[in-house]
Write a protein that binds this ligand. Sequence first.
Ligand code: HEC
Ligand code: HEC
Ligand code: HEC
Ligand code: HEC
Ligand code: HEC
Ligand code: HEC
Ligand code: HEC
Ligand code: HEC
Ligand code: HEC
Ligand code: HEC
Ligand code: HEC
Ligand code: HEC
Length: 288
Amino acid sequence: MRSVFIWLLLCLLLGTSLFIMSPGAKALDKEDQSLYPPDTARLTRQQCMQCHPIIARLLRENGVAHRGVACRQCHQKFHVFVPGRTRYQDVLPKCTRCHDHPHGEELTDCSSCHTEAHTPLDIPATLSLSQGCRVCHPQFEKEIKTYTTQHTELYCTACHHTRHGYIPKCLECHQPHKGVFPVAAGNKESETPLDQCTRCHPPHKALNVTYPNNTDNNTCGLCHRKALEMLKQSHTKHSKLRCTKCHPGKHKTIKRCRQCHGQPHPVAMFKKFGSCGKCHGVAHSIIR
Ligand code: HEC
Ligand code: HEC
Ligand code: HEC
Ligand code: HEC
Ligand code: HEC
Ligand code: HEC
Ligand code: HEC
Ligand code: HEC
Ligand code: HEC
Ligand code: HEC
Ligand code: HEC
Ligand code: HEC
């Protein structure tokens, strides 16, 4: 008991003498207190962002709904990765803690497509993504296989490259028609009606050419100059009709005379002369 007391006294003396000997020690002591206060505050989100500015920028600019989630809501643990001892992916948050399996049983490796959690809708066109097109867009897969064209041979990501949702321009791979067909008078070479490829070619069934019924006759005439000229020069009531009146909707459709005219002459007449064309010639140049 006594020896303890002596020890304490000795320490006190030593302490005091050191204190007296070191100039400015009093000031340092104060600083000690403020540098290392006993109760440290949790790191704030501001502080996370100061050290991880790139991640902060990703969230801010392209974080979509994750912009509303705080770092710590996802990163329940962090700064615990020790190379060789922990596995990196075990340290990082699991999507399924908050999300369940939104795309069903088949697409469970979230990060293979959502490669950057801080910009979750920025999804690069990877092999993993391309294996998922079928699951989420079955109708397009079916369409492109039903209407076989040379596009059927392409991967979806040959056209929809770079990232999910990218829509290609046909001209990335094709020459426009105007290189092959004559350009209509009055149109600049740079703006023919044939520029808007998808007006006529649905990309997933490209040879199933359809067109709006208000398509201009000159547009058809870019490829069918003979028909256009013939119709114009015949000066019949047919000349005033749109091509699409008789060739509606789907390319190569031909309406028959009777679909519009019904039965214009006595039945007996046809018994003798056969088709309309025998007396009236071709539709583009009706003989009256
Ligand atoms: C919605 C959940 C979520 C939020 C919010 C979030 N993170 Fe992450 N973070 C993740 C996931 C998941 C990973 C794993 C890598 C990946 O999938 O992109 C990750 C990875 C990281 C990494 C490792 C980066 C790398 O390239 O390996 C850091 C650092 C990080 N986050 C910091 C932050 C900071 C700082 C914030 C807040 C400003 C934040 N995170 C907000 C989910 C989140
Ligand atoms: C003083 C700087 C600093 C602050 C503040 C900071 N970090 Fe980090 N953080 C780092 C460094 C350095 C690394 C290691 C290198 C890297 O991965 O960027 C790291 C790595 C990480 C990692 C990946 C590795 C691991 O062990 O988890 C995550 C996740 C992370 N920080 C999240 C956060 C979050 C969340 C906050 C805020 C609560 C935060 N950091 C605050 C500097 C900081
Ligand atoms: C801490 C919880 C949490 C974690 C972990 C988390 N998320 Fe989210 N995520 C949310 C919330 C909250 C929303 C917004 C509400 C919603 O859509 O459910 C959201 C929305 C999303 C959205 C839709 C974005 C939008 O704006 O439409 C995607 C995509 C997404 N998360 C993917 C992921 C992926 C991938 C991971 C793993 C890398 C992940 N999330 C991890 C909480 C989380
Ligand atoms: C094959 C690729 C792929 C995989 C794997 C995948 N996703 Fe997605 N995810 C997508 C695409 C593509 C979207 C649609 C993006 C859009 O709407 O533009 C999406 C959308 C989402 C959305 C927002 C819309 C919604 O349906 O709620 C959430 C949340 C999401 N994914 C979470 C997850 C989670 C969690 C996992 C893992 C269990 C996961 N994803 C796996 C590709 C994938
Ligand atoms: C996890 C489900 C999922 C997967 C996998 C997926 N998509 Fe999508 N995709 C969606 C959803 C949901 C939308 C609708 C998003 C919206 O409304 O903006 C969409 C939209 C699109 C769009 C239209 C974008 C726009 O701006 O109109 C294209 C193109 C597309 N996806 C192509 C693909 C291709 C190609 C693949 C495969 C490489 C694929 N998607 C894989 C869910 C998915
Ligand atoms: C990624 C490149 C790519 C894009 C984008 C693309 N195509 Fe093609 N397309 C091809 C290839 C390759 C062929 C095979 C013949 C060839 O080499 O020209 C083809 C063939 C065609 C054919 C003839 C099909 C057949 O079976 O004979 C048509 C019509 C066509 N494309 C129209 C379009 C239209 C319209 C668009 C835009 C909606 C488009 N393509 C976008 C690559 C592409
Ligand atoms: C030859 C190029 C090409 C190929 C191959 C292709 N697409 Fe597309 N896809 C397009 C173009 C061009 C559009 C835009 C159509 C438009 O604007 O009307 C489109 C549109 C889409 C859309 C959005 C449709 C909408 O109505 O919003 C989806 C989804 C899509 N494609 C999925 C797929 C899938 C899945 C595959 C593979 C099975 C595929 N595409 C193959 C060129 C292609
Ligand atoms: C007014 C309608 C129309 C427009 C617009 C149009 N096309 Fe066509 N295209 C056709 C028709 C009709 C065919 C012939 C189809 C057939 O032989 O059955 C065709 C054939 C093709 C072919 C296959 C034959 C060939 O020439 O090799 C390709 C490729 C093609 N178009 C690409 C395009 C591209 C690219 C654009 C946009 C720059 C475009 N088309 C715009 C109507 C159109
Ligand atoms: C890009 C060129 C192109 C355009 C534009 C185009 N066609 Fe054609 N059209 C063709 C080709 C190629 C054929 C096939 C010729 C053949 O088989 O000898 C064809 C054939 C036809 C046929 C004949 C079908 C048959 O059974 O003989 C009709 C009718 C036709 N087109 C109408 C139209 C109409 C109407 C338009 C405008 C709305 C149009 N075309 C626009 C290229 C085109
Ligand atoms: C009054 C109806 C009618 C109008 C208008 C019409 N066609 Fe036709 N077209 C027909 C009929 C019917 C045929 C089948 C051959 C016949 O009986 O004369 C035909 C045949 C064709 C053919 C294939 C045979 C050929 O002559 O080359 C093409 C191409 C064609 N039309 C293009 C056009 C174009 C382009 C226009 C507009 C400039 C047009 N047609 C306007 C009724 C019409
Ligand atoms: C899309 C409908 C349509 C088709 C198909 C059609 N016609 Fe017509 N035809 C008309 C219309 C509309 C008129 C003008 C009627 C009017 O103004 O009284 C007309 C006028 C005529 C006339 C009178 C011409 C004139 O200048 O006086 C004849 C003859 C005629 N059609 C014959 C035919 C024959 C033959 C065919 C088949 C080769 C045919 N039409 C196909 C719609 C059509
Ligand atoms: C035997 C020859 C012959 C045949 C076959 C024939 N027509 Fe005619 N058609 C005529 C003659 C001649 C006229 C002129 C009569 C008139 O002006 O009174 C005429 C007039 C018309 C007219 C114009 C009537 C008007 O009011 O101006 C139409 C429309 C017409 N024919 C349609 C047809 C159609 C459609 C067919 C086939 C189903 C057809 N014709 C077959 C000889 C024929």
